[in-house]
Write a protein that binds this ligand. Sequence first.
Ligand code: SDX
Length: 433
Amino acid sequence: MADTLTITDNRTGKSYEIPIADGVIRAMDLRQIKVSQDDFGLMSYDPGFLNTAACKSRITFIDGDAGILEYRGYPIEELAEKSSYLETAYLLYRGELPSRAMLQKWTEGVRLHTIIHENIKKFMDGFHHDAHPMGIFVGTVAALSTFYPEGKNIFDPETRRITFYRVIAKVPTIAAFAYRYSIGMPYAYPDNELSYPGNFLRMMFANPGEHYKPNPVLERALDVLFILHADHEQNCSTSAMRVVGSAHTDPFTSIAAAASALYGPLHGGANEAVLKMLREIGSKDKIPEYIKRVKAGEVKLMGFGHRVYKNYDPRARIIKQTADAVFEVTGRNPLLDIALELERIALEDDYFVKRKLYPNVDFYSGIIYQAMGFPTEMFPVLFAIPRCAGWLSQWEEMLLDPEQKIARPRQVYLGERQRHYVPIEERDAAPVR
Ligand code: SDX
């Protein structure tokens, strides 16, 4: 049997042999299917890209039915248990686990770039006092392109390398400064003696004039959460990174576009929406009432469902295990009991079972973040920080892929055609549509 698709166009009776490779057909091979010489040819129509591969990639593998997630072939469970976020970021970007010397050099390199230009504080101070930290994050990351204009030399490997260091190193500082600004606290500068997660916790929570030592359990829990959020193949925000980057926009501005997509409550903003939902439910006895509203289509069960996972999101399982260690230190978050009961009920309810709706990465992450002292508004920012490693890795893969061009999808046009201008006098007589 040949690796081809035989398509018969019943409009013309003609047959076509379309090659199949890597489990796909090339959409451009459909264009030869025409009803006449001047016919544009067939396109595929796929709103939301449910069944469209926009690229070839070797970074992250997901099997949604089996609940499998691998970064460069390494199972997420092993990386969460044995790796660190910085090592995982290196793996995503370089494709291999680093040697001890390489990891040391990479870690040192990140440490050298944690400081942000003093002017950034000036425009950060210009935000409204209650500005959402994700809005500050998106705006500030885009502004980095003005401090590092050389980032536009996107085809220079050395420039891409330094940009990777700068972004990974500076986003925790930007995030922490955004938080400190929102609560009127002075900025806590990076302490490069600390680990990547420890330094971030200190910039977030250190009181002026007091020595701050990150709790090792919370430091490790945050590192695991960063590992889990580092990449996830062609999700909405990564697709935004690839689309904007395909125009050869600089990586800082492309990341701002990706972070903007992540901000949406259907995507990385879901962790914030989960906490609001759990607070709105308020107690376990109110769950049935909320489930009824979900089934009536009034609200969504935030933190549930996934375009790819039609089984349990493996990250949600690991986060749930991490929660136990965190609550040992912080005390149990009462919202966890509501979340656990909500999950129990949903997993038994045919509405969710039929639609294969399971908890995703956002369902439990917010409960941990809240227990660690992060305000709800910081949750999407906590997603964006580690996802920068994935965005930049996917961006570079796109840039170096000889098959990639500027992203410019087609459309199915159903609107009016060939209408002629109507003078305003005549328009007043006609009924407004
Ligand atoms: C992330 O893509 C990624 O990899 C993303 C991510 C990553 O790491 O980058 O994994 C991170 O974004 C996780 C998802 C976080 N979002 C949420 O938790 C928000 C709630 N979830 C939904 O909005 C939804 O499940 C999506 C957006 C996640 C997926 O949407 P799809 O694939 O477009 O599915 P759909 O909306 O077509 O839903 C299929 C059916 C529909 O019912 P019917 O119209 O068939 O009757 O399931 C229903 C939906 O109404 N449904 C839900 C639901 N999610 C889907 N019903 C209630 N609550 C939900 N959460």
